[in-house]
Structures are given as C-alpha cells and as structure tokens.
Ligand binder design. Structure first.
Ligand SMILES: [Zn+2]
Ligand SMILES: [Zn+2]
Length: 151
C-alpha cells in the first residue's frame, strides 16, 4: 500500500519535489517525441493535480516544444544535471510528473500505453493494459483514470 506524500527529484539532487496524493492517471507514452526528448524508448508519466505537487528544493527550467497540432508543451528540467522531471498538461489544474523521478517507483506500473504504433519493436505490452495506437480520444479519459484507480 502506497502512502503519501511521495518524494522525488533529479539526478544531481538540486531539484526535489513532493506529491501529496494519488495521481489521477499513470501511463506510458511511446511517441517519438518522448523517445527523442529522453534518448530512451518511452516515458512513464503520472498526471497529478497541480495543487498536490510542490517543488521542495530548487526550481526547474522549462523547455517549450510545438506539437504537430500547434499546441505548445512545456517540459521541466534540472538546469544543472538536465534530468527531465515532467511538465505541463493540456488540461487545467493538472501537470505531469515523470515517474522515474520518484525515489520509490515500485508502485508506478502504468496500466495504459499510448502511441503504441511508434513503440520499439521489442516492447511487449502487459496483458489487460489499455492500448492506444496514438493519443487517446477525450471520451476515453474516464476509462484511463479508472484503469489507474482500480488496477
Ligand atoms: Zn539536477
Ligand atoms: Zn510521448
């Protein structure tokens, strides 16, 4: 059973944060932007209420990227060690936290995988996971939230 707050931070320790409540959703994104941005195969993101998230040490820098649909997305980095820790969301009042930044990642298994069409060919999706070949449609947001709360 996970308890809150859960703390995390960047690689060098200049940035530290605390999350005071359970995330709204947790998902893995296999899009090529996430692959490029991290130099890795995918990103696991927790969507959290902005009010439940607090920087306890340091302040991140924000890198803005223009998405294919014209939206501008901000990603937050440690200015010293360049760890990416999450960023803005297109939804009001929420933000994302990259789950690898938490000190304890054992409770953050993503029940949802998006942009599976650009996933690395060696990825095997867990049985029962919700899979989307691109971004999920807005009408599926309820199912994505329930997938995390009732795994
Ligand atoms: Zn750092
Ligand atoms: Zn992505």
């Amino acid at each position: 059973m996970v308890t809150f707050p859960q703390a995390g931070g960047c690689l060098c320790g200049d940035l530290r944060f605390e999350l005071s409540e359970n995330p709204i959703s947790v998902y893995a994104c296999h899009c090529t932007d996430c692959q490029k941005e991290t130099g890795s195969a995918f990103v696991v993101s927790a969507t959290v209420r902005s009010e439940a998230f607090e920087w306890t040490t340091g302040a991140p820098e924000t890198w803005h990227v223009t998405l294919p649909d014209g939206r501008i997305k901000g990603s937050e980095y440690c200015p010293r060690c360049t760890s990416k820790l999450g960023g803005q969301s297109r939804f009001e009042g929420v933000r994302s936290v990259d789950t690898g930044a938490f000190d304890d990642t054992s409770w953050l298994t993503p029940p949802v995988h998006i942009w599976t069409r650009s996933a690395q060919p060696w990825i095997r999706f867990p049985e029962g996971a919700l899979l989307y070949d691109q971004s999920p449609p807005d009408e599926d947001l309820g199912a994505i939230i329930r997938a995390w709360r009732h795994p």
